[in-house]
Design a binder for this molecule. Structure first.
Ligand code: T3D
Length: 263
């Protein structure tokens, strides 16, 4: 396996994963999926890694599935794209969402097809002002996948979701931020610094608190209020039993910065 398809770097308390096939706009082949899964698993198992930044090398974040015939066996006479999703994309999205580590996507350029939706699956999405999000599927007679129909409908509503998905029109980063599809559009030159500074802030907080907060907010996307109140009770019980809670309260009362558990 060529691990250079994915670059991963451990920084102070957080990790950076870079999709690295710039010649084909970081489009995904099976090897890159495998290398990405490995990098995510490695950071996930590292208790000292308390946030992960996902970005792309070169001028794109990712152009989604590699469509070149040479690079894929998916384009045969009767391709089962459902199988491709089941085997590659769905596990990736589930891995990001089920991880208690916060994921930050730093969208450095065009994000198209599944590439856009992988970026949108992260917990906090920063994008360079020059970046564009494209639901490129319509041009090749597919539907948005990698969670695309979910992120769009939940964040920007049915009307805008259908317009973007059916036309494949690009959305620029500032519009995406205005619509609530992403957190923020930033100057291109500052993107990685902003992502790093956010990762450091998250890394300084309680991993228990952040991880349980991630689970609670995701549960709210499908729960009724009653179910969500039950979820909050259950997760708060867990949070309250943690050493981090004791330390947080103690630090507040002693008027000093909290020192949260690193394991
Ligand atoms: O199994 C399954 O397929 C199911 C899962 C599907 C998930 C999906 O993601 S389906 C959607 C796949 N993605 C696309 O349809 C996007 C295709 N790319 C584009 O539409 C455009 O490249 C962009 C709008 C993203 C960027 O346009 P532009 O003009 O800035 O760049 P370009 O010239 O089109 O691309 C630069 C190079 O990257 C070019 O190669 P070349 O000519 O320099 O040798 C181009 O062929 C290559 N490239 C871009 N996207 C892909 C790609 N090569 C392979 N696969 C790609 N997806």
């Amino acid at each position: 396996m060529n691990h250079e398809l994915i670059l991963s770097e451990k920084c102070d308390g957080y990790g950076v994963i870079t999709l690295n096939r710039p010649d084909v706009l970081n489009s995904f082949n099976e090897e890159m999926h495998a290398a990405l899964a490995e990098a995510i698993a490695r950071f996930d198992e590292d208790s000292d890694c308390r946030a992960v930044i996902l970005t792309g090398a070169g001028r794109a974040f990712s152009a989604g599935q590699d469509l070149s015939v040479d690079d894929t066996s998916f384009l045969g006479d009767n391709p089962d794209l459902g199988l491709v999703l089941e085997k590659l994309y769905n596990p990736l999205i589930r891995r990001i969402r089920s991880s208690h580590t916060p994921f930050i996507s730093a969208v450095n350029g065009v994000a198209a097809g599944a590439g856009a939706n992988i970026a949108l699956s992260c917990d906090i999405i920063l994008a360079a002002k020059s970046a564009r999000f494209i639901q490129a599927f319509a041009a090749i007679a597919l539907i948005p996948d990698a969670g695309g129909t979910y992120w769009l409908t939940h964040r920007i509503g049915e009307v805008r979701a259908k317009m973007l998905a059916m036309t494949g029109d690009p959305v620029d980063a500032e519009t995406a931020a205005d619509w609530g599809l992403i957190w923020k559009a930033v100057d291109d030159e500052t993107l990685m610094d902003e992502a790093a500074s956010l990762a450091k802030r998250l890394a300084s907080k309680s991993a228990t608190g952040i991880g349980l907060t991630k689970m609670a907010i995701q549960a709210a996307l499908t729960n009724s209020l009653d179910e969500q109140l039950d979820t909050e009770r259950q997760l708060q019980r867990e949070a309250g039993l943690s050493g981090d809670f004791k330390e947080g309260v103690r630090a507040f009362l002693e008027k000093r910065p909290a020192q949260f558990n690193r394991s």
